[in-house]
Design a protein around this ligand. Structure first.
Ligand code: 5GP
Length: 157
């Protein structure tokens, strides 16, 4: 009997802990969505310019003369890295791509592959480019999200 009660208590505790994490995850997701929806699409400098110019700190994992890759401040997976061009050249988002951007777009994708290897994501990973309010873009300087280190779900929300 006592052990039955103990198990009930344990189940309740697990339910409370899980609901806490479910609520936490839901509020995290909604705050990110709110941040994205309140972002105004524009070609003005963004927080990423400060990161490129080392005016604010970031955890850089890869850098060359054209591209910078650094860890996302709010990781959505064990590995969550942002890959950006150092010169925006009008590429606030993918929807603004012109033919002159073909080289840098290819370089960003190739960098994603290099960084994925460097991070040991040998079982796979995901690249995401959010575009515009419907895509939940919050920073208007094109960036690839490199996500991995756990089984990712599909389809995304
Ligand atoms: P978006 O929502 O535009 O696709 O992605 C922007 C990403 O930039 C978000 O995942 C957000 O967590 C990340 N981010 C925003 N500000 C900073 C920052 O100051 N440092 C770092 N490392 N990441 C940031």
């Amino acid at each position: 009997m006592r052990s039955g009660t103990g198990n009930d208590d344990k189940s309740k505790r697990i339910a409370v802990i899980s609901s806490h994490f479910a609520t936490h995850k839901a509020s995290m997701a909604s705050s990110e969505k709110e941040a994205a929806l309140s972002a105004v699409p524009s070609d003005s400098p963004t927080i990423f310019d400060k990161i490129i110019n080392k005016e604010i700190p970031s955890k850089v994992v890869f850098e060359d003369d054209q591209v910078l890759a650094f860890r996302d401040i709010s990781p959505q997976a064990p590995t969550h890295i942002l890959i950006i061009p150092k010169v925006k050249d009008g590429l606030t988002g993918l929807s603004k791509a012109e033919e002159r951007h073909i080289d840098i777009l290819g370089r960003l994708l190739y960098t994603a592959k290099l960084v994925a290897k460097q991070e040991g994501l040998d079982d796979g990973f995901r690249i995401v480019i959010n575009d515009g309010p419907d895509g939940c873009q919050s920073v208007y300087h094109i960036h690839l999200h490199l996500l991995g280190g756990r089984q990712l779900n599909w389809p995304p929300g």
